[in-house]
Design a protein around this ligand. Structure first.
Ligand code: AOS
Ligand code: ZN
Ligand code: ZN
Ligand code: ZN
Length: 430
């Protein structure tokens, strides 16, 4: 059922020349793992069930506040974004859900949008609200904040918009609302730091009370930008305090780029889980700040250590373990489809490596304070090339052996460049 953008037969045919080598690489790896007491088939099964959501905004070229350099054929609306997401899913088979952003992805009929996605083999993930920019004709400005604004009218508007996002989410089959606000200050003294948080909590509670059963509100913290002196929900501490005050449906979302340099993110993950507040992730990588670089392109080892904590958390679910995994990147210099394919693979690799950790040996080394052995257990897992397992899972699911190669061969972007409206030059140029 449904019309897929790429011809499935073409993907299958493209795989044929690689199947023999893939099987032999997989068998060889399985034999090596077997010697270590790891069952490759069990790992393959877990990897086959792993998924990560695509942000609708990540399918277009991102930019900086200086410029954006669009490419010909990039999507211009949610319908075209869904098409590109379907291409990604066809090729890599681990990205079956899309996370939409409103009002960027606004349409008149959400029931129809859900069907459209379903026909493409896609579902929807968390809905994202946007109160960090004003929309044309907006009655109250967010220039002085949204949920925490001193203007009651702006706060009411921001609350109302979030509740509308929940309503849209209900229609498209989401069950999470992700709330990131840029609210904060740019000068010392600009606002009362305590009262600003009071206003945020009061507004957030109004949104929280509109959550349907089975829904979660994911609070995304970020240290700075656009507020460069203070941000209302600046760190995991502020985030967990807010989530605890709001109630059990409120959880914390960790965007890997939203921390001070060198902060131990894997420890934050373990802490949030310890208190039942780990809600989800925005995967990306960072060199200096909220750079939104491709996942695993700078520090894949950190990503591995994060997944190592997630496997530990899964083994000890405490009061539930069900984090939402999503990519949040800005693709400024690459074709967004290629970046997402490459990033989804990097994320799956770190997950797979974390599955290979000999938990028994790790826990025993921890118990006996054998520091070097504990570290070696992690290192042994991290240094395995898990490519054959991931490729096997992908090919078994109908994806491409070589996703980026198959994408280039499909000439998808070239064809879309002829059909799609040109997005024109970036705002910074004119
Ligand atoms: C902003 O820095 C955050 O990462 C948010 O997740 C944001 O909503 C998203 O990047 C879309 O702009
Ligand atoms: Zn984010
Ligand atoms: Zn961000
Ligand atoms: Zn970011």
């Amino acid at each position: 059922k449904g019309q897929r953008p790429l011809a499935a037969e073409q993907i299958g045919e493209g795989n044929i020349p690689h199947l023999k080598n893939l099987q032999s690489d997989y068998d060889h790896l399985a034999e090596q793992l077997d010697r270590r007491g790891v069952d490759a088939a069990a790992v393959l099964k877990k990897v086959s069930g792993f998924t990560v959501a695509i942000p609708s905004w990540g399918t277009g070229r991102g930019g900086t506040r200086f410029a954006k350099f669009p490419i010909a054929g990039e999507p211009t609306n949610i319908h075209e974004k869904l098409q590109d997401c379907a291409v990604i899913q066809q090729l890599c088979a681990i990205t079956p859900r899309v996370s939409p952003h409103f009002p960027w992805d606004k349409v008149s009929d959400y029931v129809a949008l859900r069907e459209e996605a379903d026909d493409l083999g896609l579902g929807f993930d968390a809905v994202n609200s946007n109160t960090f920019q004003d929309q044309p004709g907006q009655a109250h400005t967010y220039a002085n904040g949204s949920l925490s604004s001193t203007d009651a009218g702006a706060r009411a508007l921001a609350v109302e918009h979030n509740i509308e996002c929940i309503e849209i989410g209900r229609q498209i089959g989401s069950r999470d609302l992700t709330v990131w606000v840029g609210d904060g200050t740019n000068f010392p003294g600009q606002q009362d730091l305590g009262k600003q948080l009071d206003r945020y909590l009061d507004s957030a509670a109004q949104i929280y009370s509109a959550l349907p059963d089975g829904w979660r509100m994911l609070l995304e913290h970020k240290m700075f930008e656009p507020a460069f002196y203070s941000t209302v929900i600046s760190d995991w501490g502020s985030s967990i305090l807010a989530a605890q005050e709001l109630g059990p449906k409120a959880k914390c979302l960790v965007d890997l780029g939203h921390h001070a340099p060198n902060v131990n993110i894997e420890q934050i993950v373990a802490r949030l889980h310890r208190f039942g507040k780990l809600g989800g992730f925005h995967f990306n990588d960072s060199k200096y700040g909220d750079d939104d670089l491709d996942s695993g392109s700078i520090n894949p080892h950190q990503l591995f250590l994060v997944f190592n904590e997630l496997i530990e958390a899964e083994l000890e679910p405490r009061n539930g373990f069900d984090p939402a995994y999503m990519i949040d990147q800005s693709h400024n210099v690459t074709d967004p489809i290629e970046s997402i394919l490459s990033s989804a693979e990097a994320i799956a690799q770190c997950y797979t490596k974390a599955l290979l950790v000999d938990r028994g040996a790790l826990h025993e080394a921890q118990r006996t304070n054998d520091t070097m052995m504990a570290f070696q257990v992690l290192r042994r897992a991290y240094s395995v090339d898990v490519g054959p397992i991931i490729a096997m899972a992908r090919v078994n699911a109908g994806g491409a052996y070589d996703p980026i190669g198959a994408y280039r061969q499909s000439e998808w972007r070239l064809r879309k460049a002829q059909e799609r409206r040109s997005v024109g030059l970036g705002a910074g140029i004119v």
